[in-house]
Write a protein that binds this ligand. Sequence first.
Ligand SMILES: Nc1ncnc2c1ncn2[C@@H]1O[C@H](COP(=O)(O)OP(=O)(O)O)[C@@H](O)[C@H]1O
Ligand SMILES: [Mg+2]
Length: 245
Amino acid sequence: MSGTLTIDGLDAGYGRVGVLRGLDMEVRDGEIVAILGSNGAGKSTLLRTISGLIRPTAGRIRLDGDDVAGKNPEDVSRSGLVMVPEGRQLFAGMTVRENLLLGAYAERRRRSVVQERLAQAHALFPILEERADQVAGSLSGGQQQMVAIGRGLMAGPKVLLLDEPSLGLAPAVLAQVFDALRALREQGVTILVVEQNVMMTLALADRAYVLQRGEVVIEGTSEELQSDARVREAYLGFTTAAAAG
Ligand SMILES: Nc1ncnc2c1ncn2[C@@H]1O[C@H](COP(=O)(O)OP(=O)(O)O)[C@@H](O)[C@H]1O
Ligand SMILES: [Mg+2]
């Protein structure tokens, strides 16, 4: 299953307010790519635009060569670009299983496909099977994030888009979530992840882009970014002198 996301000259924003400016980005099949940047840089706006919630004012968004810019969110998801939104956005009063099944709503008549994907989500996060009948709102933050990722998997992603999956999680759970992303990459799912947890994310990702005011200001492999003085100063708390010494 292929999944290469290519973004060219993307402009998008809210009404007349432009946020993204001429953004170019590529996430190749089988990669984990991170988007880093401070609050308000435009990271969520980018993911919302890719997933069809915001219509771009210019540029192209292609999945394996097919332009998805301007499609509605359901069609974008069906094409294989699947979003795990910021803040999880589960149905708190519905069970874990019901939340997961909603992710496969487009495939609801294909029972074997739905069962296969459910098994895949359970294999990745066994707790989701143990808690299948529990209402999602009663789970811990980490478990809710697992439901949100599991629901994304239920849609059969080629490229999974995650908006700050580590937000508010305790370190142990966070490590579990990041391990799951590594496992998904092994299974061939391409991943684009927005994060503020720079250190852990560069250890996970193959490549990363740093956004600032809607523009890419730094891009490279994770190794390159880990040794980039600008990244170390702005995000890792090193001064240039400390980095040099
Ligand atoms: N719904 C919205 N309406 C208008 N402006 C918004 C909206 N959401 C975000 N913005 C603005 O767009 C810019 C980028 O925000 P966002 O994409 O959420 O940044 P990030 O996810 O990197 O923190 C910010 O200036 C923010 O105030
Ligand atoms: Mg955001």
